[in-house]
Design a protein around this ligand. Structure first.
Ligand code: DAT
Ligand code: MG
Length: 148
């Protein structure tokens, strides 16, 4: 089953949005396969965002991610990468539809509350970086009510 990496950024933690965000993924029907609250160091944040290292906003982005604890998660389910990005909403909260996490809870692109992997390949890379121990192996007894 497909997995994605979701991270609640430091503003989401500070603004007490952790329960709200986890609730949206839970209620959708996706399964939580990894969860931790942690602070990351500069080098780790740079590695997570290495594809963006040439962007003018890279340093500010790294400063933001290391500015406080984040919640790192693995979520599993059918099409969870693409659907997870839809639940999160567009990168710039000015463009994020109401009903999405960024559409409902963010204003500025530099404080957009949450990260989600953009492809199955990057999900695999990001899960390996953030969860070297791998996902927790369990399966929900509700799967029968969520999948045909
Ligand atoms: P996303 O987080 O939607 O996958 P991304 O991978 O293109 O977006 O960029 C990572 C983060 O970098 C994004 O969540 C916010 C920040 N960012 C992206 N484009 C930006 C821009 N033009 N100005 C400032 N910050 C930006
Ligand atoms: Mg991205």
């Amino acid at each position: 089953m497909e997995q994605t990496f979701i991270m609640i950024k430091p503003d989401g933690v500070q603004r007490n949005l952790v329960g709200e965000i986890i609730g949206r993924f839970e209620k959708k029907g996706f399964s939580l396969k990894g969860l931790k609250l942690l602070s990351v160091e500069r080098g780790f944040a740079e590695k997570h965002y290495e594809d963006l290292s040439s962007k003018p906003f890279f340093n500010g982005l790294v400063e933001y991610i290391i500015s406080g604890p984040v919640v790192a998660m693995i979520w599993e389910g059918k099409n969870v990468v693409t659907t997870g990005r839809k639940i999160i909403g567009a990168t710039n909260p000015s463009d994020s539809a109401p009903g999405t996490i960024r559409g409902d809870f963010a204003v500025d692109i530099g404080r957009n509350v949450i990260h989600g992997s953009d492809s199955v390949g990057s999900a695999r890379k990001e899960i390996a970086l953030w969860f070297p121990e791998g996902p927790v192996a369990w399966s929900s007894s509700l799967n029968h009510w969520i999948y045909e």
